[in-house]
Design a protein around this ligand. Structure first.
Ligand SMILES: [Zn+2]
Length: 202
């Protein structure tokens, strides 16, 4: 592979649900396309929110994305076309296993611009999967806030509503709310273990 003239960059877009992460990712991908850069976008096979073949924001913006179950599958899908790709977007990155971290650094070393969006904390208020490490290693971190649904202040937490034992369905209407520090209540332990189970399934 031809050596890149300039190194790539890793950009992480994070924050709670309803903070506009996917919307910001889509915006950056669209700008890259307007600049005639070639873009490839992925998401984990877990986001049942709206579409199986695109990323979607809560404000109905969409961008074509390939669904992959694992980091290995992502690598297998991306690398054959990598020479023609300048920008790699990954949404809901919190659900990928830690192998996404060396993969992202490898892509940056190959001169790619890597854009990642994902939740920074779980519903139990713990750092979520690979996102904290990606934030530490990134060139640029954009941490967005949402609006607390109780008081209207800036919200950094995602509140899980109800006691459903069903698998987490990302973005399912009515199951989550953005909350500020004052009004956030961490999920119970059983919900936490359910969430861990989910993040290690894929
Ligand atoms: Zn509040």
């Amino acid at each position: 592979m031809q050596q890149p003239i300039t190194p790539g960059v890793l950009e992480v877009i994070t924050g709670p649900m309803f903070s506009g992460k996917s919307e910001e990712l889509i915006r950056r991908l669209k700008r890259a396309r307007i600049a005639r850069q070639r873009v490839s976008c992925f998401k984990p096979d877990i986001d049942l929110r709206y579409h199986r073949t695109s990323i979607a924001s809560h404000s109905s913006q969409t961008h074509e994305a390939r669904t992959v179950a694992t980091v290995e599958e992502l690598r297998a899908a991306l690398f054959p076309q990598l020479a023609e790709i300048e920008v790699v977007g990954i949404d809901e990155v919190q659900f990928f296993d830690p192998a996404i971290i060396p993969l992202s650094l490898e892509l940056v070393a190959l001169g790619k611009r890597v854009l990642m969006a994902g939740l920074d904390t779980t519903f139990n208020n713990e750092p979520f999967g690979p996102v904290p490490a990606l934030m530490a290693l990134a060139d640029k971190v954009t941490k967005l806030s949402a609006v607390c649904m109780v008081c209207g202040q800036s919200a950094i937490h995602t509140q899980r509503l109800g006691q459903s034992q069903e698998l987490v369905i990302v973005g399912a209407a009515g199951m989550y709310e953005a909350r500020c520090r004052t009004h956030f209540q961490p999920a119970m332990d059983d919900q936490h273990s359910e969430q861990l189970e989910l993040s290690t399934q894929i």
